[in-house]
Design a protein around this ligand. Sequence first.
Ligand code: NAD
Ligand code: ZN
Length: 361
Amino acid sequence: PTLTIASRSHEYPVYIDQDIRFHTFNLINAQLSHPASAYMIVADKNVADYYLTEVLSSFPESKKPFVSLIPSGESSKTFDMYHQLLTEALENGLDRQSVIIALGGGVTGDLAGFTAATYMRGIQYVQMPTTLLAHDSSVGGKTGINHAHGKNLIGAFHPPAAVIYDSEMLRTLPIQEWRSGFAEVIKHGFIAEPELLDWLERNITDLSHIPSEKINELLERSIRIKAHIVEEDEKEQGVRAYLNFGHTLGHSIEAEVGYGHMTHGEAVAIGMSFALKLSERLLGSKLSYNRILDYMKTLGYSLQIPSGCAHDQLIVRMRRDKKSSHNDINYVLLHSIGQPQLVKVSEEDILRLLEEEGNLR
Ligand code: NAD
Ligand code: ZN
C-alpha cells in the first residue's frame, strides 16, 4: 500500500494509484482475515455511470456484489436512505462476514460507512473515494448522516478496512469539486506543513490539468497529514480540532448561502483567508499570506464573503457551531504557517473584522 494508517481498533492500508479500480476484489481480499460472505457496493449514481462496470469486472462470477445506487448529493445522507440501505442489506442476506464498499465521494463514504458501523453491530467496509474532497473524509473513521437539526449530527467512529483511491476516477470530476477538495489540501498545508504549500504552488497551477503522478503525490501528501493528526487524536478535541481551520466561518457561509450553492471547500477557502487575517490581528502572527491567497485566486477561488451573508447571521451560526463560553467562539488560528492554536475569540473581534473585510469590497 501507499500508506498504512493506525486506528485504535486496527491498521488499514490506503492504496493510491491509477486504474486500481480494476483490482478492487484482490485488494480487498488481501486485507480480510477470512473471506467475505458477500459484498454490497453502495454507489453514487453519477459515479456508477462512469465506473461501476469496471469495479464489478474485478470480481469473479461467483462473488459478484449486489449494488445499491444512491442519488448524488448531500440529500442522500438521510435516515430514509440509511434505512433503505439496511433493508437492502438484510434482504440480500448480508451477515457479519460481509463487506460494504463505498464507491463515491464523501456523501457515499459517510452514509455507507455509517450503515456498516451499525449493521449487525458493525461490519467491515472499504472506501473507494471518487472525489478529491474524499481524501479528507475517507480516512479518520468518522461516518454519519444528517438530521433536520444539522449536518453530521448522527454518526459513529468506524474506520474502514481499506481505502482504494484510484486517481483516474477523478478525471471526470467537475472543476468546482476539484476546488472543493483542493481547499482541504491547502488546509492541511496551513495547519501542518508549509512545505506542502510551496510544493502546491510549484506543481499545481491549473486544477483542470493535473498530471496523474502529481494527483497521486497530492493525495498521498495530504492524506499523510490527516492521518498523522487523527492517529494522535482519534476522538476529537486536542490536535484533531486543528482540522477545523477555516471551518468556523466556512460552515456558516455554506449554511447561509444554502448547501448546493457553493461547495464546502470554496466556503472553507473564504474561512481560511479570514482566519489568516484574524491570526495576524489577535496573535500578532506574521504570516505573509498574500502570496498564497493570490495563488488561491489564480486557481479560481473567490475569497470574499458573499454579499448576501449578513454578518450578524454568520455570528449566530458560528455561535451554534463552536461556542465555548458566554461570548467567545473557539477558533483555530495560526501562530505561523504549520503552527495552529485553538483560541477563544470574542464575537466583537470577529464582527469587527467581518465589517472591515466587507468595507474593502
Ligand atoms: P459528494 O460525495 O456529494 O460528491 C460531490 C459531487 O461529485 C456529487 O454530485 C457526485 O455525484 C459527484 N462525483 C463524485 N465523484 C465523481 C467523479 N469521479 N466524477 C464525476 N462526478 C463525481 O461530496 P464530497 O465533496 O465528496 O463530500 C462531501 C461530504 O463529505 C459531506 O457530506 C461532508 O459532511 C462529508 N465529509 C466527511 C468527513 C469525514 O471525516 N467523515 C470529512 C469531510 C467531509
Ligand atoms: Zn472540510
